[in-house]
Design a protein around this ligand. Structure first.
Ligand code: GLN
Ligand code: ZN
Length: 769
């Protein structure tokens, strides 16, 4: 086919769409079903209605091919587990008794059985349920959901393409089932899994599928030769089937690297590649393998992960280059639109001019359609769209919101000295000891205390105007009094104010920084029925006024003991927001860091001797490819230091992260140069303490001794044992005593009991020193 006819055939499609509906109907129906208020049939019909209306919208917007099977009651990886019959033993009976009830039991657990583990879907903020596999796993095909959804879409007269998690990615995302040795590699089950996929593909073909998409995002991560061989084998086998639809193998979130030649040579009819961000490297790599002669290329040129309008001319030039490289070029978003909110036009509170810079799922779909149209019929067919796009891009680039000269000048003037403490750790630690006068094994908490229904109600009342600012602030102060007095009575050494004023640790700060937007309806699925509304870092960031000083100072006024200031770090601010795509992440991080640095300075000036800067997202933001990690860690640790190093030697900087193993980033943690770090460790029996010791970590650390993810209250003996274990790795002069994480999700009774036990444990172990 010539480039010209490849263009003429260009079609528009996407791989997936937000599931919840305009008014979060799916969340309401599923939660209603859990509570017994909504029957199974009503839930099914709500879901079918949502699917229908989504497909109609997509088709009306001009998509030529709609995705099916991407819908989920909870999670598409769990749906794949059902599709291949890999139901864990402990859930078998429940699933056999009632498929829907059993499905939710796997997702959420029951009184009797634990749910599947949940973890992050690549580097997004979506969480999937981890398949549990072992040498004894027997796969059986269950194509019912996929076939039913395809049939529904075809019945609407649409051209539809089922989307499945590919076999290689499915196995690479799995973990050994309980009781299976940790060394077991799920990928060794590939031969057993392929016949099941073959059956599903045959069923889908019989149901009318011309194409089926197999998603293999795991292939954008670094893969061993054996894993690449498995991918080669997988698509040789599936491609060699006679009774099957055409296969489109999709990748997204990064470049394919060594997997590109493998897939390019595979006997499948099409590849979908991401051409945004770091994945733009796919373009040269594709040319280097001689393109995809005879194949369909689906080009992900509209970023499916950010909220910004596309640069349509730039995408058209990418598409133009791609035309010479494949038999047929179609246009898509880079990944499923699951990761962006539904519709920017619903954001009535955002200034209309700025709203024009935003593209959520609906707007991105329109962009894909425009690009396909331009490719097929020439730019003359979309002149108005291109002109509007150019105007909106220019308005964004020239806006004082995205270009604040003062912020830019300050960021440009940052020197290396600004990112270093004035004294080395040994000297400043002596100064801190003298100032704070803490006992050995000092006790503290991670920041938040229980977020009670009363507090949430007060916030809702404030928003609704039922409570004035004064009344709300009194309510917060009363809560702080209670939290301080509890900590004093219990005998905790370094206190916190409890964070009662925070709806969320990122949103709270974003609302007070310039350059940040909040959305009203910008919900994005985090997991199951949990949706979050990430702030949008839209412009240059600065801090017009102190953000936390008022509450920390108030707390400090109530006690002689040190109260720890509490901030969210720059990397976490970025990780849990939508970030700009018009400048490097490192630049945004530096602006946020400078704003936070001012807050740190104000806290110090107000007499705060201990300041904690939380960075729970430092590790989860690691780039998918190892080659990109050093550069990331360099700017990320620099941003943390820029936030924290402007203080006097005798001001103690804490940081906190929530994971129990971090062998791969322990050097980066060292590079933060924080005086004290608290980490999750209770469930892993202080694993983190051993990792720090093995690295020769020179500063203080608080491996958690209270697992806050569970309502269980650890006994004082148990906490003391953990401390003794910790002492084998970290000397008493550098060991802190604290819970794993914040207490906001816990109730007061268990929090009280657990912290009393924690203090008792610290006292017992101190007396043994
Ligand atoms: N300071 C925060 C809290 O205690 C830290 C939360 C977190 O680590 N995710 O809630
Ligand atoms: Zn935490």
């Amino acid at each position: 086919m010539t480039a010209k006819s490849a263009a003429a055939a260009a079609r528009a499609t996407v791989y997936g769409y937000p599931r919840q509906g305009r008014n979060r109907e799916l969340k309401k129906a599923v939660e209603g079903y859990w509570q017994g208020r909504v029957g199974a049939d009503a839930l099914r019909s709500t879901a079918a209605g949502l699917r229908r209306s989504t497909w109609r919208q997509l088709a009306d917007a001009g998509l030529h091919e709609v995705p099916t099977g991407d819908f989920s009651y909870y999670d598409h990886v769990l749906d794949t587990t059902v599709m291949v019959g890999a139901i864990p033993k402990r859930h078998r009976a429940a699933v056999d008794a009632d498929a829907l009830g059993g499905y939710f039991a796997m997702a959420r657990g029951t009184q009797e059985v634990a749910p599947l583990e949940m973890t992050k879907w690549f580097d997004t903020n979506y969480h999937y349920l981890v398949p549990e596999l072992g040498p004894g796993t027997v796969f059986t095909a269950d194509s019912a959901k996929q076939v039913a959804e395809l049939t529904e879409a075809l019945a609407l007269g649409l051209s539809a393409r089922p989307v499945l998690v590919g076999p290689v990615t499915y196995l690479l995302l799995a973990k050994p089932a309980p009781g299976v040795p940790a060394g077991f590699e799920p990928l060794t089950l590939l031969e057993a899994l392929l016949p099941v996929y073959a059956e599903v593909l045959a069923d889908l073909r019989a149901a009318g599928a011309e194409w089926v998409q197999l998603d293999e995002p795991a292939l954008v991560q670094d893969r061993t030769p054996a894993e690449l061989q498995a991918a080669e084998r997988c698509y040789r086998v599936l491609g060699g089937l006679t009774d099957r639809p055409k296969l489109l193998v999709a990748s997204y979130f990064d470049r394919l690297g060594d997997a590109l030649p493998v897939l390019a040579k595979a006997p499948v009819e099409g590849l979908a590649l991401d051409f945004t961000g770091a994945a733009a490297a796919n373009l040269d790599a594709l040319a280097a393998v001689g393109g995809l002669p005879g194949k369909r290329l689906v080009a992900g040129v509209v970023d499916g992960r950010n909220v910004w309008i596309n640069d349509l001319s730039k995408s058209l030039s990418t598409l133009g280059t791609l035309l010479g490289l494949a038999d047929r070029v179609d246009v898509a978003a880079s990944c499923s639109l699951l990761h962006v909110p539904l519709d920017a036009s619903a954001e009535r509170d955002v200034e209309p001019q700025i709203r024009r810079w935003l593209a959520f799922a609906r707007q991105k779909t329109a962009e894909v359609v425009t690009l396909a149209e331009a490719l097929a019929r020439g730019t003359g067919s979309v002149t108005a769209e291109l002109a509007a796009n150019r105007a909106d891009l220019a308005s964004r680039a020239g806006s004082p919101i995205t270009r604040d000269p003062a912020v830019r000048a300050r960021a440009a003037a940052v020197t290396d000295a600004d990112t270093r403490r004035s004294q080395p750790y040994a000297e400043r630690s002596a100064a801190q000891r003298a100032r704070l006068g803490l006992p050995l094994l000092p006790t503290t908490t991670i920041g938040s205390f229980p977020q009670t229904g009363g507090l949430r109600r007060a916030r809702a009342d404030l928003r609704a105007g039922r409570l004035g600012t004064g009344g709300y602030e009194e309510r917060i102060e009363a809560e702080i009094q209670e939290v301080i007095s509890f900590q004093e009575t219990t005998g905790i050494d370094v206190l916190v104010h409890g964070e009662p004023e925070r709806n969320d640790m990122v949103q709270y700060f974003a609302e007070q920084l310039t350059g940040c937007l909040a959305t009203r309806h910008g919900w994005v699925q985090s997991y199951g029925t949990r949706y979050v509304r990430p702030p949008i870092l839209a412009g240059d960031v600065s801090r017009p006024e102190p953000m936390t000083v008022r509450w920390t100072s108030y707390a400090q006024s109530l006690t002689e003991r040190p109260v720890k200031g509490m901030l969210t770090g720059p990397v976490t601010m970025l990780a849990w927001s939508f970030v700009r795509d018009d400048q490097p992440l490192a630049d945004t991080a530096r602006q946020v860091a400078l704003a936070l640095r001012d807050e740190v300075a104000d806290l110090e000036a107000a007499g705060t001797a201990v300041i904690q800067v939380d960075e729970p997202a430092l590790r989860e933001t690691l780039p998918l490819r190892a080659a990109d990690r050093a550069a990331y860690l360099a700017w990320a640790t620099e941003a943390f230091r820029l936030t924290t190093t402007g203080v006097r030697p005798d001001t103690q900087i804490h940081t906190h992260m929530c994971y129990a193993e971090f062998g791969d980033i322990v050097q980066a943690i060292d590079d933060l140069d924080a005086d004290v770090i608290s980490l999750e460790a209770a469930r892993s029996h202080m694993q983190v303490a051993r990792e720090l010791a093995a690295h020769g970590y020179p500063r203080e650390a608080g491996p958690g001794v209270y697992d806050i993810h569970s309502p269980r209250v650890p006994g004082a003996d148990e906490a003391a044992d953990l401390l003794r274990t910790g002492l084998k790795a970290i000397p008493a002069e550098r060991l802190w005593v604290n819970p794993d994480c914040g207490l906001k999700t816990r109730g007061w009774p268990e929090t009280r009991a657990a912290l009393e036990n924690l203090v008792a444990a610290a006292r017992t172990v101190r007396s043994e020193l």
